[in-house]
Structure formats: structure tokens, C-alpha cells
Design a protein around this ligand. Structure first.
Ligand SMILES: NC(=O)c1ccc[n+]([C@@H]2O[C@H](COP(=O)([O-])OP(=O)(O)OC[C@H]3O[C@@H](n4cnc5c(N)ncnc54)[C@H](OP(=O)(O)O)[C@@H]3O)[C@@H](O)[C@H]2O)c1
Length: 335
């Protein structure tokens, strides 16, 4: 058992706490308290997004912690994400300024393009119709990336990255990018390890960040007969043997893969026990068992597409399957 926190070094030499707090579906009225409990307990990394609709409350919680002297701004790693309605060079800085105002910060540590999928400006989820799903445009993403690079130059974010990008879409972006994305944030857990994508990203120096590491059980729109990851018998067996929770094993699995992991909770005991997963050292046999659970099962179903489009199209399934890369060792490190 190690008492130390896990860290990851990004391709621009910025160090990120490999474990952070997710805030998607953390309801207004609860998210501030969750951030407060987390940071007092030792969390130094919070994952936010404009579309989560709760950044202002996160901002109030952060200000209180700064005023009380619990942490300083520079002790924290705060991520936010650009929403799909703001995909042009000119849109990025104004959108980031809204996020900074809500979070009451001068800069974020990491700003991500949330999805490689365009939506018309001003259209909300409730209003979305078939004609609003503009799809993926290599040109628009390349133009948006210029705005992300402008945000770095202006000091509004320390690092920039992407989220939900496939190998094909990263290849397209790299043709135009002056700054290589520091991170790609994607769904990952034992049922969806995304090993090929990880190998590809390792070969390009792009850090893999795992969202929904616990199988995202809090969503309303769940698939029928969806497996409950935290009840998986193999995960349970390892947790029982170690007298810890299955959530802790899933978090530890990600850390041992050299992946950044950002489980969400608004429940104080879970926030704390999830953090303590960093103390677990899994052995090779346990890791082998967890790796054997791969079933290419995605919890977060992609829905922002026109009639006739498929998820396989969105995830570039055919193309990504064909890519084979020799990956260097992962950049995982413990400090
Ligand atoms: N870039 C993207 O497109 C994207 C997509 C999805 C997620 N994300 C990010 O990744 C974060 C994590 O993913 P997620 O929120 O989808 O799912 P998750 O972290 O896999 O699961 C969160 C759910 O698990 C519950 N939970 C947390 N700890 C638990 C424990 N120890 N025991 C039992 N249940 C526990 C939470 O409940 P309570 O809160 O009620 O405790 C919540 O319902 C998000 O919050 C967000 O920041 C990004």
C-alpha cells in the first residue's frame, strides 16, 4: 500500500493528479458541497464542463476554499470543456471566458473540445431535431483547434486537449495542429479498455483520461439489460479479498494502466473512499483478471446523430480497427 497520490506528466511537462472528481450529473445544490468535501479530503483535480450547467456552483465552492486557506489556486488542476455549439476559432475564447466567469478563475488547467460533433449555435438538448445534428467536420475541428491554441497563448488555459476523439479524428486533427493535444478524455473501464486507442495515443504523447470508470450508473437513459459494472463477480472477488469496495478496484485498475481517472460522486463517504483507492496496489494476477473483462461495451450511447447515421460511423469503428501501432511504455508514474 502506498500513501502517495498518483500523478501523470502531460506532453507539455505539466503534472496532473491522475485521480480527480467528475461533476457530470452532480446536481446544482449538491455539486458545491461535493467539491468542498473532496478538496478538504485531498482531491486536487476537478473535471467540469460548461454543458453540465453547474460550473457557477463549483466556482463558489472553490472561492470559499481559497478564502479559508484550504488550498491555493495553483494547488488545483481544473478542467473544463468547450460545447459543440461553439466550434470555430472565434467562438473558443468567448466560450472559455464564460466558463472562467462561472468558475471565478483567471485560467483553467485544461480545456477540452467536448465532442468532435457540431451543433448549431444556441440549440439546446430539448430543442434538438434531426437537422441540428451537423455531424463531424474535419475543417471545423481544425478551425476550433486554432481557437484552443489562441486560448493557450492568452494564458486562459495551461493545456488543451480533446474528448471522445477516435484514432481517425486525432490523425485528422494532428495534420493541422501546432500544439499536440495533451489529453483525450474518453469512456474507459474494464468492459471498454480502448487499448488500441491508448496505444495510438501513447505513440503520439497524448494522455488517456478515463471517464465513467464506474460504469456511470447514475444516468437516466440506461440501456436495457445493461451490466452493472460495480457488481461484476471478478471485480467483487478482488474487492472482497482486499476488503475494499468494487469502485476502489475499478479506480485502481485505471491508475495501474497509467490512465487519468475522474469518478463522479456527490456522496461524502463515496467521495472519500474513491480517493483512498489510490492507496491500493494491484498485483499482476489481479490486473490480468481485470483485463480479461474486456467486452467492448460502451455505457454512454452516442445520440447526437441524424437518422441513418450509426454509432459505428461516429466511433470510426472500421478505420480504428485497422490501425496497429507499436506503443512505447506508458508514462504512468507515482510521485
Ligand atoms: N468527456 C465526456 O464526454 C464525459 C462523458 C461522461 C463523463 N465525463 C466525466 O467523467 C466523470 C465520471 O463519469 P460518470 O459521471 O459518467 O460516471 P462514473 O464516475 O462511472 O459513475 C458515477 C456514478 O457512480 C456513483 N458512485 C460514485 N462512487 C461510488 C461508490 N464508491 N459506490 C457506489 N456508487 C458510486 C455516483 O453516485 P453518487 O454521485 O450519487 O454518489 C454516480 O451515480 C463525469 O462526472 C464527468 O466529469 C466526461
Amino acid at each position: 500500500m502506498s500513501e502517495k497520490a498518483w500523478n501523470t506528466k502531460l506532453n507539455n511537462d505539466v503534472t496532473v493528479p491522475s485521480f480527480g472528481l467528475g461533476t457530470w450529473l452532480s446536481e446544482p445544490g449538491k455539486v458545491g458541497a461535493a467539491v468542498d468535501v473532496a478538496i478538504r479530503y485531498g482531491y486536487r483535480h476537478v473535471d467540469c464542463a460548461h454543458i453540465y450547467g453547474n460550473e457557477a456552483e463549483v466556482g463558489v465552492a472553490l472561492q470559499n476554499l481559497f478564502k479559508e486557506g484550504i488550498v491555493k489556486r495553483e494547488d488545483l488542476f481544473i478542467t473544463s470543456k468547450l460545447w459543440n455549439t461553439e466550434h470555430s476559432q472565434a467562438d473558443v475564447i468567448p466560450a472559455l471566458q464564460v466558463t472562467l466567469k462561472n468558475l471565478q478563475l483567471d485560467y483553467v488547467d485544461l480545456y477540452l473540445i467536448h465532442w468532435p460533433q457540431d451543433l448549431p449555435r444556441g440549440v439546446t438538448f430539448a430543442e434538438m431535431k434531426d437537422e441540428h445534428y451537423l455531424g463531424y467536420s474535419e475543417e471545423k475541428i481544425a478551425d476550433t483547434w486554432k481557437g484552443m491554441e489562441d486560448a493557450v497563448a492568452k494564458g486562459l488555459t495551461k493545456s488543451i486537449g480533446i474528448s471522445n476523439f477516435t484514432i481517425k479524428k486525432i490523425e485528422n486533427l494532428l495534420k493541422a495542429a501546432k500544439i499536440v493535444p495533451a489529453v483525450n478524455q474518453i469512456e474507459s473501464h474494464p468492459y471498454l479498455q480502448q487499448s488500441k486507442l491508448k496505444e495510438y495515443m501513447d505513440s503520439k504523447g497524448i494522455t488517456f483520461e478515463a471517464y465513467s470508470p464506474l460504469g456511470t450508473p447514475g444516468r437516466v437513459a440506461k440501456g436495457e439489460n445493461e451490466p452493472y459494472l460495480m457488481d461484476d463477480p471478478v471485480v467483487k472477488e478482488i474487492a472482497d479479498k482486499r476488503k475494499c469496495t468494487t469502485a476502489q478496484i475499478l479506480i485502481s485498475f485505471a491508475l495501474h494502466r497509467g490512465v487519468i481517472v475522474i469518478p463522479k460522486s456527490v456522496t461524502p463517504e463515496r467521495i472519500k473512499s474513491n480517493y483512498d483507492a489510490q492507496k491500493i496496489t494491484l498485483d499482476d494476477d489481479e490486473m490480468k483478471k481485470l483485463y480479461s473483462l474486456e467486452q467492448n461495451f460502451r455505457y454512454l450511447r452516442f445520440f447526437m446523430m441524424k437518422t441513418g447515421q450509426t454509432e459505428a460511423d461516429f466511433w470510426d469503428a472500421d478505420y480504428d480497427e485497422k490501425v496497429v501501432i507499436d506503443a512505447p511504455d506508458s508514462k504512468r508514474q507515482k510521485s
